[in-house]
Design a protein around this ligand. Structure first.
Ligand code: ADP
Ligand code: MG
Length: 570
């Protein structure tokens, strides 16, 4: 194998030549303690940066990566450590365009399986973006030498080599404890757990860092549970949110939405110091909201929306421009179809006419003229028939009191359990409304998406997939808008959703229901890793099946076979 000294010589040789001469330095270069692998060389200084891996022998204690959860956590910690090392030694620009840039995709407050760092017993590898230095469009050989032969090996040794084991162990143990909490939720009959002392609010609408000076979370006694975790402090107390129907009430600005947002992010572990380490929710908790304008493809929304004006079919409802209520109905049915166990709803982002219809309105507008069966009339069946819990913020209507198993009131950021009081009120003040359900709620019909309705090609490229931001995927000629899919946490995860759609198309969809295809996709990711989503390595973070389904359901070209294979329940 060629050595880093050979690379130095090569770079001196091509100094001052046209930028394309960098193509000659692709390949694997070894020094004593590390390797530099130049996998992809950018075409010019302004193009997407080059892709370079740095690799050292794995000298980490084996117990830091001896399970899947611990390995993912250690990789995540190493990616963050690499980002800090880059910040220290490589923040200089060295010429035109992206010259001298070094970057790693290290993630935000959540710990998500990602491709940025890989490790096994033998080696640890970080995948970097590097801007090969240029003056104008000429190779800057000396600068390149500094970046590739000095800076990168230094980062490799300081960020990937051993050191700071205590901090690494704390990080790995914390993530493992968070996952251990999550694993206990179902057997304890809980949908979520919010630890005493947790800091829920964030710094601002654009910063996910904890708000300084926030009121720490404190569970009401009536809902307090104590759970065991494998590492110190070994026992954690906090609020257990029971399965079934839970209502969060309280005055405006008292912290309701903040609590729900923390819970929706609680499907992922958080970095120590985030404040939400002990806010953990069911892995199949799905936040849903109204989203007018979205596309819907053959979803049976008839449990919520009956006959529409013009006799449109709501048992296989299609729309290129769904309304607030039809989009919300579709969202719930789609989520349950692929295995949601908890539905999270915030009145701030729900369609009012989907959520409630009070006695006065029932009297004024005859139910024959109102296609909507409000969610209120389905929420108990959702739990009792389908086993799907609901956690709902509803500060504006007391009509939900009798439907709720648990009522939590937020008062100045402190929760209280007010279930009995709400029942009492429900007993003395009747709503006067009638239930509007006509047919019992059944499990959603499994849909069979047509693989040939997904087309990732664009121009001359067979596959063109990109994530412009965390909420938009370019898929071939299509743009998939994901702003309403709130549990996508970062751009690399959104990018992975795009590639997951391509994996569904190519490998898993044909003849399968969507849920079966997602099972197969998850099996692929477990067995072959995230890397298997793309031929060339790119920065990816693992999405849940729910977000993959959400993206597919919003793809405007999606078509679903008219008659499900094997009928319902297949
Ligand atoms: P609601 O949904 O009840 O109207 P929000 O959750 O939107 O209230 O919270 C209102 C404001 O209070 C937000 O700016 C939020 O950051 C802040 N906030 C929420 N929880 C806390 C807390 N525990 N300590 C301090 N401020 C908080
Ligand atoms: Mg709110």
């Amino acid at each position: 194998m060629a050595s880093l000294e050979d690379l130095r010589r090569e770079l001196r040789r091509i100094d001052g030549r046209g930028y394309r001469a960098y193509k000659d330095v692709g390949g694997r270069w070894a020094a004593d303690a590390c390797e530099v692998l130049i996998d992809h060389v950018q075409g010019d200084p302004f193009a997407a940066p080059s892709r370079v891996r740095i690799r050292v022998a794995n000298a980490w204690p084996a117990d830091l990566f001896d399970s899947r959860v611990r390995r993912i956590a250690l990789q995540d910690w190493l990616a963050r450590r690499t980002a800090r090392a880059i910040h220290r030694v490589a923040s200089e620009r060295r010429g035109s365009g992206k010259s001298g840039l070094v970057a790693i995709d290290a993630g935000g407050q959540e710990v998500v399986e990602r491709t940025a760092v890989a490790l096994d017993e033998n080696g640890v590898e970080a995948r970097l973006e590097v801007g090969l230095p240029a003056r104008g469009r000429r190779v800057l050989g000396r600068e390149a030498e500094t970046v590739l032969c000095d800076v990168l090996p230094e980062i490799a040794l300081h960020a990937l080599g051993p050191g700071n084991e205590v901090d690494a162990a704390d990080f790995v143990d914390s993530v493992e404890s968070q996952e251990a909490l999550r694993a206990q939720l179902r057997e304890r009959g809980l949908t979520a757990f919010v630890g005493d002392g947790a800091i829920l609010p964030r710094e601002s609408g654009v910063s996910e860092r904890p708000l300084a000076g926030a009121v720490p979370f404190e569970s009401p006694d009536a809902l307090r549970v104590e759970l065991e975790i494998p590492h110190a402090p070994h026992r954690i107390s906090g609020m257990g949110v029971p399965q079934g129907v839970t209502l969060i009430v309280g005055g405006g600005y008292h912290g309701k939405s903040t609590l729900l947002r923390a819970i929706q992010r609680g499907v992922y572990p958080h970095v120590p110091g985030d404040g939400r380490e002990w806010v953990v929710s069911d892995p199949d908790a799905v936040k849903l909201r109204a989203e007018d304008g979205r596309r819907v493809e053959r979803v049976d929304i008839s449990p919520f929306i009956g006959e529409l004006p013009g006799g449109r079919d709501t048992a296989a409802f299609c729309s290129d421009d769904a309304s607030g209520s039809t989009s919300q109905a579709a969202g719930i049915v789609e989520a349950v179809e692929v295995g949601a166990r908890v539905v999270l709803l915030d009145e701030d982002t729900c369609a009012t006419n989907f959520m409630i219809r009070d006695a006065r309105m029932q009297e004024l507008v005859a139910s024959e003229d109102e296609p909507i069966t409000p969610f209120l009339d389905r929420v108990r069946e959702l739990w009792e028939v389908l086993g799907v819990s609901t956690l709902l913020i509803m500060g504006g209507s007391g009509d939900y009191f009798e439907a709720a198993d648990t009522v939590i009131a937020m008062r100045a950021y402190r929760p209280q359990q007010v279930t009995e009081r709400a029942r009492e009120i429900a007993g003395t003040r009747a709503t006067g409304r009638r239930s509007e359900t006509r047919t019992p709620l059944a499990a959603p019909t499994p849909r069979v998406p047509r693989a040939d309705s997904l087309d990732p090609s664009k121009g001359r490229r067979d596959v063109k997939i990109s994530a412009r931001s965390a909420d938009e995927i370019g898929f071939g000629e299509e743009w998939i808008e994901l702003r309403a899919v709130e549990q996508l946490v970062e751009r690399s995860q959104t990018r992975a959703v795009g590639y997951a759609l391509e994996a569904l198309r190519r490998r898993h969809l044909e003849g399968r229901t969507l849920s079966q295809a997602l099972d197969a996709l998850e099996a692929q990711l477990d067995a072959e890793g995230l890397e298997s989503l793309s031929r060339r390595w790119i920065d990816l973070a693992r999405p849940r099946r729910h977000e993959v389904a959400a993206a597919l359901n919003r793809l405007r070209t999606l078509r679903v076979a008219a008659a499900p294979i094997g009928g319902p329940g297949a």
